[in-house]
Design a protein. Structure first.
Length: 403
């Protein structure tokens, strides 16, 4: 590759304070300059929707990284070891086997059956706001709800949620691109605790199965193949991240977006049939996960550059979701946007397995919010969570009133 071509690529730093505050102007500039950027040594970023949509399905890219990659990211402890075991970082044929078996347990019917329970949990969490006239969309709703739902999914007693939630938070720290030194011990401790807790719970389900996800994973069978104890435990641990961090941020960013665009709040209140498309638009407008990394297995040519085997490619989902070539007026929230081919759940073999559950939670939350309150408006400035590459909020104050 010509040396000048390498120098011409823009550099992208996801931890730049400007990017953390609002990445979309930076994405727009990079898309205008080309289809690729540099995100670090031997690492490329892909900026445009057409390329990202194609590459999430391209078998020349994989998600199974060498052990050294996870150790460099999360350290030499249990968290680094854990990454090598979960479905997120496995390639075919092991990924195919795991996905098929877990998919038999985590069925669409199971997700649909949770809708009434989720509505009850949302009502429980918002009950104090009916008396007080205010709540925080993060601390009072988006933060507690996903763990409550995952616990319900796994048949875990409500009495144990408060003990599990801080471990789920610490587990999320392990999924940073580079885990800060001061967070590695917390992430390692969370993995150890959750593995031990779920291993014991799995043994209980083995003796007395129920209709929860762990029991279903034990019973899952395909052509004589089943999941091992360790595979169930580690992928159940992963569920506490996948079912917590992403959904928490979907709810928080969705609330923040509606407060920022009150015309869209009024539109949703007037037409509840838009709830499902509104959730899709929240996912597009401010994707909870802004990028996903892949390992190049075979050389790929993009925009006159060759991405060689062994290089890392970051598919910039947040940039793809604001590509002007696909989305009209992409920086405007449009809860009725259709079609909406956002890429927030990835695609292909690694399409997020929890997408259906996140959508159901989002739909229930925003429907119940408008059912319970005749007025919903900002009670102060929303505050972003610092030092994270997720699109996350620390606080979203909301003022409410009932009819």
């Amino acid at each position: 590759m010509p040396r000048q071509a390498r120098r011409s690529l823009p550099s992208f730093n996801p931890l730049d304070p400007v990017v953390l505050d609002d990445p979309y102007p930076t994405y727009a500039d990079m898309r205008q300059r080309g289809r690729l950027c540099r995100v670090g040594p031997a690492a490329w970023g892909v900026t445009r929707h057409a390329d990202v949509a194609s590459l999430v399905r391209d078998p020349r890219l994989g998600s199974q990284f060498p052990e050294e990659y996870h150790r460099a990211s999360a350290g030499d402890g249990p968290a680094g070891d854990f990454f090598g075991k979960i479905i997120l970082y496995r390639d075919p044929p092991s990924h195919t086997r795991l996905r098929k078996l877990i998919g038999k347990a985590f069925s669409p019917a199971l997700v649909r059956s949770l809708r009434p329970d989720i509505a009850g949990l949302v009502d429980e969490l918002l009950a104090p706001a009916r008396e007080q006239g205010h709540f925080d969309a993060v601390t009072d709703l988006a933060f507690p709800l996903p763990v409550m739902v995952v616990c319900r999914l796994m048949g875990i007693s409500p009495d144990e949620r408060d003990e599990i939630r801080p471990r789920a938070v610490d587990l999320g720290k392990a999924f940073a691109a580079i885990v800060p030194d001061d967070a590695r011990a917390e992430a390692d401790a969370a993995v150890v605790w959750l593995r031990s807790y779920l291993s014991e719970l799995l043994e209980q389900r083995r003796r007395s199965p129920g209709d929860d996800l762990l029991s279903r994973m034990l019973a899952a069978e395909d052509g004589g193949r089943t999941l091992s104890h360790e595979e169930i435990v580690d992928n159940a641990v992963f569920a506490f991240f996948a079912g917590f961090e992403t959904t928490m941020n979907l709810i928080a960013t969705g609330c923040a977006a509606l407060l920022r665009f009150p015309d869209q709040m009024a539109r949703l209140r007037a037409d509840r049939g838009l709830t499902a498309t509104a959730v899709e638009e929240f996912l597009r407008f401010d994707a909870p996960i802004q990028g996903t990394a892949r390992l190049v297995h075979e050389p790929i040519d993009i925009d006159g550059h060759t991405l060689r085997a062994g290089r890392v490619v970051v598919l910039l989902l947040g940039s793809a979701n604001h590509d002007e070539a696909v989305f009209a007026d992409p920086d405007r929230l449009d809860i009725g946007r259709s079609p909406n081919p956002h890429l927030s759940f990835g695609g292909g073999a690694h399409l997020c397995m929890g997408a259906a559950l996140a959508r159901v939670e989002g739909e229930v939350v925003f429907n119940r919010l408008l059912d319970l309150f005749s007025e919903v408006e900002a009670a102060g400035p929303a505050r972003r969570r610092e030092k994270t590459t997720f699109r996350a909020y620390e606080s979203v104050p909301v003022a409410v009133a009932t009819a």
